[in-house]
Design a protein. Structure first.
Length: 112
């Protein structure tokens, strides 16, 4: 039996995407807010999405920007870092295989 690490997230881009360039090409990162509703309670999960290769080409093709609603397919990972107070932290991230804009933010929509 083969286990796959696959996720699909639907959410809103909450800040302008970060785009970088290296000798291997362009890559980027977006931060999305994804909502979950349980009864009367609504939780929002903020998660970073890493964009490389085809996922970055998807990002460029769809011209994704802050406020857009996107669908992300990818792999869930945990990244470790040290914060400003020198504490070790762990944060979930998604390494995207593809990303697609499904709606453009309108003026009447809530912005995070």
């Amino acid at each position: 039996m083969s286990l796959n690490n696959e996720v699909r997230l639907i959410g809103n881009v909450v800040k302008e995407p970060d785009v970088y360039e290296s000798e291997k090409g362009k890559f980027g990162k977006i931060r999305i807010a994804s909502n979950t509703k349980r009864g009367e309670t609504e939780d929002t999960l903020f998660i970073d999405v890493k964009l490389f290769g085809y996922a970055f080409k998807d990002y460029e093709y769809h011209n994704i920007e802050k406020g857009d609603r996107v669908v992300v397919y990818g792999r869930l990972a945990v990244e470790e870092y040290t914060d400003k107070e020198n504490n070790k932290r762990r944060e979930p991230v998604v390494w995207a295989n593809s990303v697609m804009k499904v709606a453009k933010k309108t003026n009447s929509e809530k912005s995070f």
